[in-house]
Write a protein that binds this ligand. Sequence first.
Ligand SMILES: [Zn+2]
Length: 371
Amino acid sequence: MSRSNSSKTLHRLIALGPATRGVLGAELEISAPTVTRVLQPLLERGMIRPLERIGAEPLSGKPAYQVGIVESYTTFVGLKITDSSIYGAVVDMGGSVLAHDERALSDTTVPAVVDTVVDLVSALSADFTISGVGIGIGGRVNSGKVISSGFLGWTNVELENILERRLDVTVTVANDVQAFAQAESWWGFAGGQRSFVLISVGSGIGCCTVMDGNVFEGEHGSAGMIGHLRVGDGGPTCEMGHVGCARAYASSTCILRYLEKQYGISESYDNFVTRATAGFSPERAIGVAAVEAVAQLVSGAIGFLDPNTVVVSGDGISMVMAFESEFRKAISTYRHWAGEKVDVLLQKMEFSAWARGGAAVAMERWTQEAL
Ligand SMILES: [Zn+2]
């Protein structure tokens, strides 16, 4: 979508922080008079404000000062839907979580999920001015439609349209990993970094590429669906019957099912990580094989994209951290000998990070449509 100069300016200030008029003009390739004309209504509406002056008073001309967003100007509700609950947060323009709440989900049919979303959004928005609702969902999403979501058992659900008819506000639905990457590029570990790859390890395996501050969704909204890539020759099988795919090796879903089926061990994921870390069999071998599988995905991302940084995160990050030395050794083994070394960060995550992702995609849409 092509953006107006006001939309580009606001988006720039949200994504990369305060800037002087000169910097904005250079980055957005607009003239100084245009920058002044674009900033004026944003200042008048209270969306942005002048910050402290930069440097000494010049001998002639206007002093240079930065402008930045007013974090409290408006808020967004971000939601993350899992198979057992919906988590929601109210997030301001600076990415701060102002309130949060959760609803259990005993039924994952579309009407039940929609009713629960409406209930949660109503409760969260009671005390705030909300400019949009954003939802991150595990699965393939394109233009607000959930094309497929395995864990909910949904295909072709027009979730955005259905919810907009129920809620009197703009709703944006996006893939959860893409939403998470968007939020992190603005407010989190990648803050200020314009290009990175995020690999998420949890009940599924996902990936998102952010280039020049923009999430790359792919032609069909499917970029980053790397879970079933084959990375080995053995190990457990996934739900599709694949031997050696990344999901089979490293998703919590497949690891727990394998432990039960193969060894008769029924345990929580946290327990699995604890026992693996302590060196118990068979958990340790399963954990090492899992992080080696993730390492192959990281090497693949580096080989294909040469990003500034690869960030590994998600609900299963504790397992990667437990076997960090094995993980890093595997990356260096598979890395191209001639390639530049790329930073690989392991990032712990709070569950609210998923909801912040929902808020980020709502805010992204708002900067395009509200100006
Ligand atoms: Zn598979």
